[in-house]
Design a protein around this ligand. Structure first.
Ligand code: FPP
Length: 258
C-alpha cells in the first residue's frame, strides 16, 4: 500500500509540466519599451513604412491598456529618437502627423483609464504644432492618478546626459553647487523626468539586442527582455511572457546572492 502511495505521489509530481506554474507574476513598477520593427512589418506586407508606424501606434494603444490593467505604474515608450531625423523627410513627416493624430484620437481612452501622459526628450527643438500637443496632453492629464505613460520623443540618452551635465555646470558656475558635491544623485536629479523611478524591465522586440541610446543611465540595473516579434505584432501574450520571465529574475543590484 505504502509503495502504491509513493508511486502515485511521484507520478503526480512528474505530471506537473511547468514548475513555475504556480509562481506569482510580479508586475514591474516601471516598464520601458523600444517599439522596434515597424518598417520590417510593413515591408513583409509590401506596404509603405508609414503603414508600419500606424500599425505600431495601434499596438501602443493595446499595450497602454494591457499595462494599465496589469498594474504597471510607469510605461515609457521610445517613439522618436534624436537620430530618427536622419530618415527620409516623408517618413519623419508621417511620424509627426501620427503623433498629433494619436493624442487627439486616443485621449478619451487615456482619460477613461486614468492615464497621465508625460514626455521626455529635447522637446524645445520640436516643431510648434508638436509642442502644442505635448503641452495640451500634459496639462489635461495632470490630475489623473492611474498609470503614467511617458513618451520619449526626440529623445536620446546621450543628449539627456549632456543636458544634465550642462545644468550642473551652470549650478556650479553660479555658485549654487560645489564641484565636490556632484554625485550620482545630482545627475539623476537633472534628468528630463527626475521623479520617474528607473525602469525595472526593458523590452525590445524585433530581434535586435541593443539599447540604441535609450535610458542608458536609468537602465543600469533594469532587467532586459528581447523578442523576435515585430512591434506591431507584439501582443498581450508576449507581454505576459516578459512579465513571467521578469518574475523569475533574481535582482541583486550589484549585491551578493542572499
Ligand atoms: C522603430 O521601428 C520605430 C520608430 C522609429 C517609431 C516608433 C513609433 C511608433 C510605434 C508610432 C507610435 C507612436 C506615437 C506616439 C506616434 P523601425 O521603423 O526602425 O523598424 P525597422 O527596424 O523594422 O525598420
Amino acid at each position: 500500500m505504502g509503495r502504491i502511495r509513493s508511486g502515485l505521489r511521484s507520478l503526480l509530481r512528474r505530471k506537473d509540466p511547468d514548475p513555475s506554474r504556480d509562481a506569482v507574476t510580479r508586475i514591474p513598477v516601471h516598464l520601458a519599451v523600444i517599439m522596434d520593427g515597424n518598417g520590417r512589418w510593413a515591408k513583409q506586407r509590401s506596404l509603405p513604412r508609414k503603414a508600419g508606424h500606424r500599425a505600431g501606434a495601434e499596438n501602443l494603444r493595446r499595450l497602454v491598456d494591457a499595462c494599465a490593467r496589469a498594474g504597471v505604474r510607469y510605461l515609457t515608450v521610445f517613439a522618436f529618437s534624436t537620430e530618427n531625423w536622419n530618415r527620409s523627410a516623408d517618413e519623419v513627416a508621417s511620424l509627426m502627423d501620427l503623433f498629433v493624430e494619436f493624442f487627439e484620437r486616443f485621449d478619451p481612452e487615456l482619460a477613461d483609464a486614468g492615464v497621465r501622459v508625460r514626455f521626455c526628450g529635447d522637446l524645445d527643438a520640436l516643431p510648434q504644432r508638436i509642442l502644442e500637443v505635448i503641452r495640451t496632453s500634459e496639462r489635461t492629464s495632470r490630475g489623473r492618478n492611474g498609470m503614467q505613460l511617458v513618451v520619449a520623443f526626440n529623445y536620446g540618452s546621450r543628449r539627456e546626459l549632456a543636458h544634465a551635465a550642462r545644468e550642473i555646470a551652470r549650478d556650479v558656475a553660479e555658485g549654487r553647487l560645489r564641484p565636490d558635491e556632484v554625485d550620482e544623485g545630482t545627475l539623476s536629479g537633472h534628468l528630463y523626468l527626475p521623479d520617474v523611478p528607473d525602469p525595472d524591465l526593458l523590452i525590445r522586440p524585433s530581434g535586435e539586442y541593443r539599447l540604441s541610446n535609450f535610458l542608458l543611465w536609468q537602465a543600469a540595473y533594469s532587467e532586459l527582455w528581447f523578442s523576435d516579434v515585430l512591434w506591431p505584432d507584439f501582443s498581450e501574450r508576449d507581454l505576459q511572457e516578459a512579465f513571467a520571465s521578469y518574475s523569475k529574475r533574481n535582482r541583486r543590484f550589484g549585491g551578493a546572492e542572499s
